[in-house]
Design a protein around this ligand. Structure first.
Ligand SMILES: O=P(O)(O)OC[C@H]1O[C@@H](O)[C@H](O)[C@@H](O)[C@@H]1O
Length: 303
């Protein structure tokens, strides 16, 4: 086991991003046979292989993002299409700033790393307000993502603190792109009877009558007060249990065969190989008083 100190050690910690996936600098967290890759940009988890070696996240080969060798520009980087983007301080276009906020478009700082642990490897990354974020959103904050990897379980915890002296609202999400072999043989179970806002129809509110969600066209829903856990099934068998705490909503998104053709960072056929199941605070903002801390998590376990 190699354990790096929990106190910031700038040289060691900045060296951690020495791997790359599709040219995106990232660090690799290892626990036994399980492995996770985390990009510096957006603290975005790009890949997760549990002990069976199977990739559990979708990542577009046409993705944007700040590539290796490119300086972390002072401007925002193009979003990375896949893995787990962090949407903060705004979910989608439900507010005045850019879609899904800026957290996914800027580099985060690695604060601590416990790697190659036999039971639980953990990376903690932070984003604090600076001149650039304040030019977009004039609020003082500290956002922290904790990535905790166990043999067949990945826990992502987002902690947000109001470090200023005025209250502010935020919406956001852990926007997980789950990999599926074939969307026609995949279903999401557990949301039956839950109200949702249909983003493809002006957010009209509907009750989901179905036992499980199947995808053959664009689907974009914010489920309100959903159960704490839902299950991804493939070929009729459990594949992944998806739990959440703190986040009020579950968002389910797939662009389907038409909308995907308008996404220049995603191959036309790839809607068949992904399903976004997002832990979100989308339907109503979280109001943060000065000094207040909010915590939400998404926990993925091999079913
Ligand atoms: O293309 P983006 O900005 O990454 O957003 C992808 C999708 O993200 C989902 O969370 C939204 O519900 C969709 O409306 C949106 O299209």
């Amino acid at each position: 086991m190699s354990t790096l100190p929990t106190a910031p050690n700038d040289m060691v910690l900045s060296d951690a991003f020495h791997d790359n996936l599709l040219g995106l600098p990232c660090l690799t967290l290892v626990c036994g046979k399980s492995e996770v890759r985390i990009a510096r940009q957006g603290a975005q988890v790009l890949s997760w292989r549990a002990s069976d070696g199977r990739e559990r996240f979708y990542l577009s080969v046409q993705t944007g993002g700040a590539k290796q060798g490119e300086a972390d520009a002072s401007t925002l980087s193009p979003a990375i299409r896949g893995g787990v983007p962090i949407c903060f301080p705004q979910f989608s276009v439900r507010g005045p700033i850019l879609k899904h906020g800026f957290a996914r478009a800027v580099p985060w700082t690695l604060e601590s790393l416990v790697n190659h642990d036999a039971e639980r490897s953990v990376a903690v990354l932070t984003l604090r307000d600076d001149a650039r974020t304040r030019s977009i959103w004039p609020c003082s904050f500290v956002a922290q993502l904790t990535v905790a990897l166990e043999a067949d379980r990945l826990a992502l915890t987002l902690q947000v603190t109001n470090s200023g002296d005025e209250a502010w609202p935020f919406t956001g999400a852990l926007h997980s792109y789950l990999h599926v072999d074939d969307i026609a043989k995949a279903e999401l179970a557990g949301l039956q009877g839950t109200h949702y806002q249909d983003a493809t129809a002006d957010n009209v509110e509907v009750i989901d009558p179905d036992g499980s969600i199947r995808i053959d066209a664009e689907l974009d829903r914010v489920y309100l007060a959903p159960p704490a856990s839902v299950q991804l099934r493939e070929e009729g068998k459990p594949a992944l249990q998806i739990g959440k705490t703190g986040f009020t909503d579950t968002v389910v998104w797939n662009p389907g065969p038409q909308l995907v053709q308008t996404l220049k960072d995603m191959p036309d056929d790839d809607w068949r190989h992904m399903l976004c199941v997002e832990a979100a605070c989308a339907s109503a903002p979280v109001i943060m008083q000065p000094g207040q801390t909010w915590i939400g998590s998404q926990v993925l376990s091999i079913a």
